[in-house]
Design a protein around this ligand. Sequence first.
Ligand code: SAH
Length: 264
Amino acid sequence: MVKMMTSLDLMVDLYAKCERQGPGSKVVTQRALSLLDLDLKNSLNICDIGCGTGAQTLVLAEKTKGKITAVDLFPAFLEELEKRAAASAYADRIKTLEASMEDLPFREESFDLIWSEGAVYNMGFEKGVTAWGKLLKAGGYLAVSEISWLSKDRPNELEGFWKEAYPEIGTVSEKISILENAGYVPLAHFILPTACWTKNYYEPLEARFDAFLERHDYSDEARSLVDSEREEIRLYHKYRDFYSYGFYLAKKRTNPSSYATHPH
Ligand code: SAH
């Protein structure tokens, strides 16, 4: 998981050549897409928020006929995404945009589908899904993955770590309730399997630590970034039964007041 408290340049350097910047997989993206009753033959307007280097963007491009705006705060990630898009068959349907997820330059009701894997924590789940809901057309879909507790109780060491790293971490039912309160109909959720964390995310990241440290002359900042990643990985291996990413699929409610206008 990308943390904002360490030097951003180092963070971008460590992550930019990674296939992905958070837990996930191609199968998971496809599965989430399959849980939405979207007509994939239509040209949908899709926004991928916190896209990183675009692991899920390319899957969305392959599996839909949509036009995708891929948004991230860091140009180095977007450059990688553009290279990947150019090497794919979908370059003409993928547009990148450097912007903050907290201040997106779109009109209300612009999108049929808002997608965000492993990124909404940067502004907080509740704030994110509430703000992004305005950008969805009525009846539009939200697909968002978010770190979630898998049980009511958990070990203190683990709770302490995540309360510090991301106080909004919550149970699946808490996340679903936030979606209901934010004007969505929750449609489905599922939990990301272990390999999404280990094989797809932590292992490729760990493989980059030595060269990264060398490149930065073992500076205190570089070492502290690697140490904090190692601690997160250690905790994951020890406690992975207690938390994972949940993938949440929801549909923006159509405005109930429209029913009031029906003549009786
Ligand atoms: N979706 C990608 C990346 C997840 S990591 C994947 O699953 O592989 C989180 C991403 O959010 C990073 O690419 C990071 O650069 C981006 N990010 C962090 N803060 C952001 C902000 N305020 N606005 C937009 N993107 C942000």
